[in-house]
Design a protein around this ligand. Structure first.
Ligand code: GLP
Length: 246
């Protein structure tokens, strides 16, 4: 396949699709070197600037990655974001990664108006405020900020969360079994501090997730998490179309 100069689709976007197809057809696996910008320019009859635009796009999408001085390589496939009430630990283990957690901050503080509203508790109620960097095989994946009412898990602050799952502590130490939840996921851009934690360039896209988890109708956790958009994607099954009246 070649670039179609008469197509309304910009050339850099055509090259994106051609390159992705070629990677599959040529059987390039993860970490395989892709041809240089110069070679691609010659192969597809495009300027180096157009090729660079395509590579920049594929890098931003998490399909390719660059190693300065070495070239551009095929990235790992993205991880599908869990659409279940799974803990990060369970989810990573199920996918064959070793989960990790680094405490960024832990404290007890008064629930702000927004947090209190979301959790159905009075404003100012003491909540554990837990901020963690979550890793998979040692690589930063997400920053998670959770609020949990102190009344639900009084001494939670005395348990270390490095190397231990929050959900398993809630279950084993406090007898809390989460039985329902809901989450909202939207696109976002990480601020400089989060970009640094996640090892991403400034202004990188993230999937911003807000989750409420409940046990017996009571909100146990409100979590706001930032997941790397270059490592995560969302996949959902679609229900059949409903016909009028059904
Ligand atoms: C997911 C959720 C978080 C929750 C975490 C618990 O990542 N998005 O809201 O805090 O799981 O994970 P773990 O039990 O591994 O600490």
């Amino acid at each position: 396949m070649a670039i179609d100069p008469t197509s309304p689709v910009p050339k850099y976007a055509q090259l994106r699709d051609l390159l992705l197809d070629w990677i599959v057809e040529a059987g390039l696996s993860v970490d395989a070197l892709v041809p240089s910008e110069r070679e691609l320019g010659v192969r597809y009859g495009l300027s180096r600037m157009t090729v660079r635009q395509t590579i920049d796009l594929l890098v931003a999408e998490g399909k390719l990655y660059r190693v300065p001085g070495k070239g551009t390589f095929v990235a790992r496939p993205k991880i599908e974001m869990a659409l279940a009430l799974a803990s990060f630990t369970e989810d990573m283990r199920a996918r064959g990664f070793t989960p990790g957690s680094r405490d960024l901050s832990r404290r007890i503080g008064p629930a702000s108006g927004g947090t209190a509203r979301m959790m159905g508790i009075p404003q100012g109620t003491p909540v554990h405020q837990i901020e963690r960097l979550r890793t998979a095989d040692g690589e930063p994946m997400a920053v998670e900020r959770s609020s949990i009412p102190v009344s639900i898990a009084p001494h939670l602050d005395t348990f270390s969360l490095s190397g231990r799952s929050l959900y398993s502590i809630l279950e084993e130490e406090f007898g809390i079994i989460l039985d329902s939840g809901e989450q909202t996921i939207e696109a976002g851009v990480c601020d400089p501090a989060d970009a640094k934690l996640l090892g991403l360039p400034l202004g990188s896209p993230v999937l911003s997730m807000q989750r409420r988890s409940f046990a017996k109708g009571r909100c146990v956790e409100l979590a706001r998490s930032l997941y790397r958009a270059d490592r995560y994607q969302l996949h959902s099954r679609l229900d059949p179309r409903r016909t009028a009246g059904s």
